[in-house]
Design a protein around this ligand. Sequence first.
Ligand SMILES: O=C(O)CCC(=O)C(=O)O
Ligand SMILES: [Fe+2]
Length: 213
Amino acid sequence: MSLTTQPSLLDDVAEDAGPRLGELTEGLVRHELSRGAWVDVRPGWVESSGALFEHLLTAVPWRAERRQMYEREVDVPRLLCFYGEEALLPHPLLARARDALSAHYLPELGEPLRTAGLCLYRDGRDGVAWHGDRLGRSSREDTVVAILSLGAPRPLVLRPRGGGPTALRVPVGHGDLLVMGGSCQRTWEHAVPKTSRPVGPRVSVQLRPRGVR
Ligand SMILES: O=C(O)CCC(=O)C(=O)O
Ligand SMILES: [Fe+2]
């Protein structure tokens, strides 16, 4: 064996061990919703995602938040950590994912994805109620919110704004990508329902443009 083969063998081993991004467009499916909203789903975009999930569980400074609910302050039922546009993301693969998504959606979106909101759903008691991400420009403009899901799958459900039955239910975990686009934040709502079924922890990474929350 020549010495020069050894580094490449080692590289192969190192690469096999870590999480990787697959080809984004391979298996990417668009669901056209009503009123100019759409959802793209790319199952298993992050390969070997278990290592990334384990890393994020310990590397992210997860925080519990409280919010006002009528007269009382209550715990938000999930842990959170927000990375603004200047922040170093907790794993280099997240920056690569953000950049790949920015490049892919640029023709439609006209700007890059810049921030990352991370959530940890510890078990089925954690969830997020029906809402649109409408705190920023997304209350007036079409936009894109891309979500990478790691760990145990949880259904992300969508319905038209203002109620009605769930129109789309996508279990997301283990490296799946789900992207909400067009008018989705204004004209549709999404949620991750709480469940009494035993479910393991899930991490959600939401990538958004500047000024969209
Ligand atoms: O858990 C998810 O992937 C969805 C989170 C979400 O909708 C939000 O934080 O705005
Ligand atoms: Fe949301």
